[in-house]
Design a protein around this ligand. Structure first.
Ligand code: GDP
Ligand code: MG
Length: 301
């Protein structure tokens, strides 16, 4: 009788949605406990859907991190928006992330419309509660959002203090339904290491170039190969739109690209748990954001 029934498993796919910069990627990382999705103070860092997987006991939660919905400004923008829309199909629940003590934005209202139309089960995560002192404002916010939509649960959280982490996990587990596990129990992501490498290089570019990073810079991994037992060779191409952008990315006497390379290598070595030989190249692709063929090359189509 007390034998564990192997078929007694449950799963839930959860799309993490919300305005850029509210902390969606940080939440994914907090829940899955590893640096899967890159985090940046700039909006729109997350270009691809990123799946994090958390298996605890007999429940498997599969997370999809989405770029914030925004107005398409180019083909790349279109792609990102379609990714957000795609992430609603086949998804069984959503985590709607908002910032503490902020009123609903137009984007929040649009998302809520979608939740209603698709009849989705949604948990509201009120993030960054470490920043607030006035708890009564939080109560008002909970009330305001609850009047707009019938959330399965409303959970105040912080990815800094980890407050609310176990609560939100519990709420998601409650929504899980009997099913087989879709991923091996010890997987944390289905994102390929190649994509991860590109994301890491992009993250370092964003970090070091800060506001200077030219809009429309993309990273493509040209080579990702195991040299021997201990070393992976990675070549990354950094695409930009103009010669002047290329100079910024390379920096004076190559100082910028060197710094990016060193930091990216260190991160990759720790994530991949191997020695990494990283080569970075910078190439100008004229107005690449509007060329479908190039987007194809970059894996954005
Ligand atoms: P996304 O665009 O929604 O994926 O947001 P990110 O996860 O990239 O986070 C955006 C910014 O908010 C980053 O600077 C994070 O460090 C910061 N952030 C995320 N969660 C919290 C939190 O709980 N508290 C505070 N104070 N900052 C946070
Ligand atoms: Mg993100």
């Amino acid at each position: 009788m007390d034998m564990i029934n192997k078929l007694d498993t449950k799963s839930l796919f959860v799309s993490i949605v919300g305005k850029p910069n509210v902390g969606k990627s940080s939440i994914l990382n907090m829940l899955v406990g590893s640096k899967i999705s890159i985090i940046s103070p700039k909006p729109q860092t997350t270009r691809n859907r990123i799946t994090g997987i958390l298996t605890e006991g007999n429940v498997q939660l599969v997370f999809i991190d989405t770029p914030g919905l925004h107005n398409p400004f180019s083909k790349l923008g279109d792609y990102m928006v379609s990714e957000v829309n795609n992430s609603f199909s086949g998804v069984e629940a959503c985590m709607h992330v908002v910032e503490a003590c902020k009123h609903p934005t137009e984007m929040d209202l649009n998302l809520i419309e979608k939740f209603k139309k698709l009849n989705l089960k949604v948990i509201l995560a009120i993030n960054k509660i470490d920043l607030i002192k006035d708890k009564s404002a939080l109560m008002e916010q909970i009330q305001e959002f609850s009047n707009l939509f019938d959330y399965e649960a409303v959970v105040p959280i912080s990815t800094i203090t980890y407050e609310g982490k176990s609560d939100i996990l519990e709420e998601m587990k409650k929504l899980a339904e009997p099913s087989v596990f879709f991923f091996p129990e010890d997987d944390i992501t289905d994102q390929t290491e190649r994509m991860l490498a590109a994301e890491i290089v992009r993250e370092k570019l964003l970090r070091f170039l800060d506001k200077e990073l030219p809009h429309g810079t993309a990273v493509q991994i040209e080579k990702f190969s195991q040299r021997d037992e201990n070393t992976v060779d990675i070549s990354a191409l950094i695409y930009c739109e103009r010669e002047s952008h290329k100079s910024i990315i390379i920096g004076s006497k190559g100082s910028m690209i060197k710094q990016v390379g060193i930091d990216a290598r260190k991160s990759l070595e720790s994530i991949l748990d191997t020695k990494v030989n990283l080569k970075l190249f910078v190439k100008v692709k004229d107005n690449w954001r509007n060329k479908a063929s190039v987007l194809n090359d970059l894996g954005y189509c």
